[in-house]
Design a binder for this molecule. Sequence first.
Ligand code: UT7
Length: 332
Amino acid sequence: MTTLHVETGSANTAILGVGAYRASRLVPNADIVDAIDSSDEWIQQRSGIRTRRFADESETVVSMSVGAARVAVERAGIDMRQIDCVIVATVSHLMQTPSAATAIAHELGTDQAAAFDISAACAGFCHGVALANDMVRGGSARYALVIGVEKLSDITNPRDRGTAFIFADGAGAVVVGPSETPGIGPVVWGSDGEHYDHIRTPDWREVLASDEPHMPCLEMKGNEVFRWASFAMAKVAQQALDRAGVTADELDCFIPHQANNRITDAMARSMRLPPTVRIARDIIDAGNTSAASVPMALDRMMEEGDARSGDVALLIAFGAGLSYAAQVVVIP
Ligand code: UT7
């Protein structure tokens, strides 16, 4: 009987480089409120958001990804042609097929790389890091690029009170590769399909059956999601710490999905994070960029010196599905 040759990769992996692309148009609450009969004060108090960024016509899911990825690869100190796999987490690439990833890989000059999109909504980036981690450990990629990207302004109804002030655009990227020491802890991930309809875009058939042609825009049962996230996600975050063998006291940075500052506060309270832990607050002027929010917040904390090389950071992301994923990482 023939015995297949199998390969294994690196025993340890790490995030080697981080990059972000911030969309060009700064949109303060004042520009949003009239269409939804709201106020700057209400939005800030309920979500923490003061401004957000929307892409202009020329900025696309592909172009923003390319911008973030180039920075991440350069900071990782590798050549673009060394990337073996491009994983793109997004819900706002507006073509059913092909994926955004192959176009992004082509623009980046990594046509030799495997390239595919994953659909895990706001939790997509942390799913991508988990996949990349296992690929590098398993030997199917030496370097994997993980991109979280959204142009949610394309699929947000500016007159929907529940979503118009929250969602925004941008991209973030990381390179995952081999490392001398462990840099990515075990993933804690899962799903709760009982609440499948809590955040969704309508089925195309619903749109086509309507009188007016319109984009299938995001719909969210905000308060239900808020209560689920505030309660259930702190437990997932704690499990990710436990699985990595890290205590709250040993944590340097907490980088949750930038969904709502009140959810972030509730999680930090439940986990009893000491005041020494620096917490990502990118939502204040970036809004909720779904799959892009964790890598964008990570990039910002590194840029501003709140996350330093060697720091231990807890990442957690959650959203439509409902789906979630969390892991502890070492800052490159
Ligand atoms: O990223 C994926 C995961 N997504 C999330 O995690 C989002 C989670 N949800 C949230 O962040 C929050 O639910 C929101 C920020 C979206 C809303 O905050 P809330 O505290 O859950 O508000 P609510 O929907 O319970 O509404 C409270 C009140 C209601 O008025 P009454 O019934 O108390 O008189 C609403 O009619 O606020 C009213 N309201 C608004 N008022 C001004 C709802 N939307 C608005 C608005 N402006 N845009």
